[in-house]
Write a protein that binds this ligand. Structure first.
Ligand code: ADP
Ligand code: MG
Ligand code: MG
Length: 211
């Protein structure tokens, strides 16, 4: 399976489907350590992305064209902390994806771009119980997979697996960034909603790659 423009479009649509299916779960996670809006914010944002993709007449030629649309739509339609964070992630990912198809190296660059966008915007370090704790392990796993000669889809699979494990591990962490940091130690025992949604979005990239 080639990671091309059609894949990028499927990624956006699969993300919307996954986030919509997990809406209540994400709301509940954010209710535990935040203000309970993450699932709804993100669902609305990704539904706006799908509507935007449906309304574009000119077929996108590059992966970056699709990722830019995702970025600008999320930025303008998702409120709270996660809108600008995801918006910047997809914008930086787009910057390094001005290609018709992605090889393993380009997949790594895309993921690194996304992580850089999130850290540039939110200034969170690993271990602060944020979406960085999903994207960071995803990048590390992608680099290792690409170095070991994995195919582009295998690189994505490694990234998604690591993101999912990273998100699960945020349960044991104390939040020191974002709204959850107001709870201090009481944030322990709850998975970070942004890390959870990040894992879903990366898993959607794998689903999209399976056709
Ligand atoms: P809000 O907290 O404004 O209601 P959301 O509920 O949509 O925004 O998103 C919360 C998520 O945003 C958190 O679970 C966390 O993953 C992420 N987040 C918050 N602040 C930061 C930050 N500074 N850096 C990285 N991620 C962050
Ligand atoms: Mg919230
Ligand atoms: Mg909010």
């Amino acid at each position: 399976m080639t990671l091309d423009v059609a894949w990028a479009q499927r990624w956006a649509r699969e993300s919307a489907a996954a986030i919509t299916a997990a809406r209540d779960e994400l709301v509940e996670l954010d209710r535990q350590i935040g203000d309970g809006d993450h699932g709804e914010n993100l669902k609305r944002g990704f539904q706006a992305v799908v509507a935007k993709l449906d309304s574009i007449d000119v077929a996108p030629e590059l992966v970056s064209d699709v990722l830019k649309t995702v970025a600008t739509t999320l930025m303008s339609s998702v409120g709270g902390a996660s809108g600008p964070l995801y918006g910047t992630a997809f914008l930086r990912a787009a910057k390094v994806s001005g290609l018709a198809t992605l090889d393993a190296h380009a997949v790594v660059a895309l993921l690194e771009g996304a992580l850089e966008g999130i850290t540039a915007r939110g200034k969170a370090a690993p271990g602060e119980k944020t979406m960085v704790d999903a994207w960071g392990p995803a990048v590390d796993a992608a680099v290792a997979a690409a170095d070991a000669g994995a195919t582009p889809v295998e690189v994505l699979e490694a990234a998604a697996r690591a993101a999912s494990a990273g998100a699960t591990q945020t349960t044991g962490l104390v939040a020191t960034k974002g709204r959850a940091s107001y709870l201090g130690e009481r944030s322990i025992g709850h998975e970070d909603p942004g890390a959870a949604s990040s894992a879903l979005i990366l898993q959607a990239a794998v689903t999209a790659a399976r056709g």
